[in-house]
Design a protein around this ligand. Structure first.
Ligand SMILES: Cc1ncc(COP(=O)(O)O)c(C=O)c1O
Length: 370
């Protein structure tokens, strides 16, 4: 039996043809396809200024810089996110101020955010998860009341909507990932959606060495920056993938529904929220009560692997990493994120699957957990 990956890109002939065409076009670094991909992406974000980058991690770093976050500032973020969120806050010299999340939706806890605001707070960085968003109206109202910037880590939720509006099409700044295990891919890649053209120009400077073009067509650098520009090959993949995104999202939705229908009834298991309208399904993460069942997560994952079913972990809480602990955070501070960190397992969900694959995963879990 072939291994069922927990995640895998959907690369069809149209995507492969786009790569070949671009490779033969004579222009493979950032060029016309990047511009076309950015225009097409922007169209999915209500026409807001959108720029591509080499990753969502880079997008987060540049978003923080564009918001003027600097050494000594504090950024409030959920400890339940991928490590890149914490890392980029630390990399720009700021202090990540962690707060807990909801156990089921994994949305940042806004009461905790409000309690964590100090005169040094510069921005709030929530991470969105598949299946449900936090209360976006309350988030932005809180940010506005305190004059804070919001950078939405939307790496996992391209295609999710809030009250009918796509994430990225409203609000302050949103960052997206096109890593192969996201809703669509450019191999590596990411995008940033910003509120105005001036910020988009700033991102363009930051993503390419800090270079600014002068009136006489010579170049200058005022601020040292790195290199984060997407290639035309990646952008061509992105254009082909974006055309299929609605189909990808629909397939993921069908598979998620099937999980809800056939996941074995296990006392104490926590599934993602079902039935929230307008959500996308990049992952299907479940919490399982290993201790009560007399087993461990490692054993369950190994038993699934023996049955050719791969699983992932999303995510270990950032505050309990060596880096987080070195900044003074410790166990016991954020019970929901810590429980998620201990109990979560990401089961297979990608567009190469069908409903029989979901049934196989669910039967294996039922079998292993008795
Ligand atoms: C929530 C979240 N944010 C950011 C990232 C980083 O994305 P990238 O690999 O494009 O840098 C990831 C990647 O898994 C993620 O899950």
């Amino acid at each position: 039996m072939a291994l069922l990956n927990f995640s895998q890109p959907a690369l069809d002939d149209a995507t492969l043809a786009a790569v070949t065409d671009t490779m033969k076009s004579g222009w493979i670094a950032s060029g016309p396809r990047v511009l076309a991909f950015e225009r097409a992406l922007s169209g999915t974000f209500g026409g807001r200024p959108t720029r591509t980058l080499t990753s969502a991690t880079g997008a987060m770093e540049l978003a923080l810089l564009a918001c003027g976050v600097k050494p000594g500032d504090e950024v409030i973020t959920s400890t339940q996110s991928f490590f890149s969120t914490m890392n980029m806050i630390v990399k720009v010299g700021a202090r990540p101020v962690f707060v807990d999340c909801d156990l089921v939706t994994r949305a940042i806890d806004l009461d905790r955010v409000a309690a964590a605001i100090t005169p040094r707070t510069k921005a709030i960085v929530p991470t969105h998860f598949p299946g449900a968003l936090g209360d976006m109206d309350a988030l932005y109202a809180l940010a506005r009341r305190h004059g804070l910037r919001v950078i939405e880590d939307a790496a996992l939720v391209q295609g999710s909507t809030w009250k009918g509006q796509p994430i990225g099409s409203f609000g302050d700044i949103a960052t997206f990932s096109f890593h192969p295990n996201k809703n669509m891919t450019t191999i590596e890649g990411g995008a940033i959606v910003v509120p105005d053209d001036a910020t988009a120009k700033h991102i363009e400077v930051l993503r390419f060495h800090g270079i600014e073009r002068l009136a006489d067509d010579t170049r200058d650098v005022a601020v040292a920056s790195g290199k984060y520009n997407m290639s035309d090959v990646s952008a061509a993949i992105g254009l082909a993938q974006l055309a299929q995104l609605p189909a990808f999202l629909a397939q993921r939705q069908r598979l998620a529904e099937r999980y809800f229908d056939v996941f074995p009834a296990i006392d104490g298991a926590v599934l993602p929220p079902r039935g929230v309208p307008g959500q996308s399904w990049n992952m299907f993460c479940v919490l399982l009560p290993y201790e009560a069942l007399g087993t461990t997560r490692q054993r369950v994952r190994a038993a699934l692997r023996e049955r050719e079913i791969a699983t992932g972990l999303s995510y270990e809480p950032s505050h309990l990493t060596t880096l987080g602990r070195s900044l003074g955070w410790r166990e016991g501070q954020f019970p929901n994120a810590e429980r998620i960190g201990r109990e979560t397992v990401t089961i297979p969900l990608h567009c190469g699957m069908n409903e029989a694959d979901v049934d196989r995963v669910c039967a294996a879990i039922a079998d292993i957990l008795g």
